[in-house]
Design a protein around this ligand. Structure first.
Ligand code: GLN
Length: 290
């Protein structure tokens, strides 16, 4: 007599718990969040879907797909790279190998730029914005999303980054207010601008080796490496940007830890008036210098 063997597969919820434990055991800090994102990606479900279907069984196909991406995570690939997308300012940004994964700290630059914009008389025309080293477009597109009628230019040395930013502009419905230019800093731009923002590379070259594996192996070094003392990009960018500001315009740059003071010195040398204190990120680190 034959026996029918029904292989029992775990429910989504059981699989999720097992994965949290597995990721945590591998030393992954955000195990719970990562597990949810990876299961969502493998099963094609958002948070609501995961909750609604928590008790159904994971199919064999899904389990196989999940295992493949879990292996990538265990090998040190960040979740945002596996998904190819990351949320910033509540908006989805596609990523490529040429773009940094946008960091929550960088939202401090957006916040500061918006504060400065909102201090202007309401009668002024919408601002013209430049984002130097635009990457995925996170800062520029968040600003265009927030400021009605604003027009922005993103510059980058990397064509693949510019393509990614352009794709993000289209996905966010901002294509008609955003232009992307391949150049170094602002050297191909004509005219002057109301707001210039940048998250330039600022890690000391020698410190790249000490970054976490997720950053070191998966973020583009062009976007990280700030030269010997970490200030190469600021030294080039600040005078060039200062020369492109309208009177009363503002330059807002992201600073690495302990860099704000030196950035202020460079800004003062470019005859800019310094807004004190720099705006701190959620960890209390002075992050946006303007
Ligand atoms: N904040 C990034 C990091 O965590 C560095 C980004 C940059 O150099 N602009 O490494």
């Amino acid at each position: 007599m034959g026996t029918v063997v029904t292989e029992t597969r775990p429910s989504i919820e059981t699989a999720r718990r097992a994965l949290v434990a597995r990721l945590a055991a591998a030393g992954i800090e955000e195990a719970a969040l990562d597990a949810r994102m990876l299961i969502g990606a493998a099963l094609g479900l958002d948070l609501t879907g995961l909750v609604a279907q928590a008790n159904r069984q994971v199919t064999a196909d899904e389990a196989e797909r999940l295992e493949r991406i879990v292996q990538r995570r265990l090998a040190g690939e960040p979740v945002a790279r596996i998904l190819g997308i990351r949320e910033f300012w509540g908006l989805p940004f596609h990523l490529s190998q040429a773009t940094l994964v946008p960091r929550p700290d960088t939202e401090t630059v957006v916040e500061r730029a918006l504060e400065i914009y909102r201090e202007r008389p309401a009668s002024m025309p919408p601002p013209r914005i430049v984002d130097i080293g635009v990457g995925s477009g996170a800062i520029l597109l968040a600003l265009l999303h927030e400021i009605p009628g604003a027009f922005g230019v993103g510059t980058d040395l990397n064509l693949d980054a510019l393509r990614t930013a352009k794709r993000n502009a289209a996905a966010l419905g901002l294509s008609d207010r955003a232009a992307f230019v391949a150049c170094s800093y602002v050297d191909a731009l004509a005219g002057s601008f109301d707001l210039i923002v940048s998250n330039p590379p600022y890690i000391r070259s020698a410190d790249i080796a000490t970054l976490s594996r997720e950053v070191r192996e998966h973020d583009p070094h062009l976007a990280l490496d700030g030269g010997r003392d970490g200030f190469d990009a600021y030294r080039a960018l600040i005078p060039q940007a200062a020369a492109r500001l309208v009177p009363g315009g503002a330059l807002i740059v992201e600073a690495g830890q302990d860099q704000a003071g030196e950035i202020e010195t460079l800004m003062r040398a470019a005859a800019l008036w310094i807004e004190r204190p720099p705006k701190a990120d959620l960890a209390g680190i002075p992050r946006a210098v303007s």
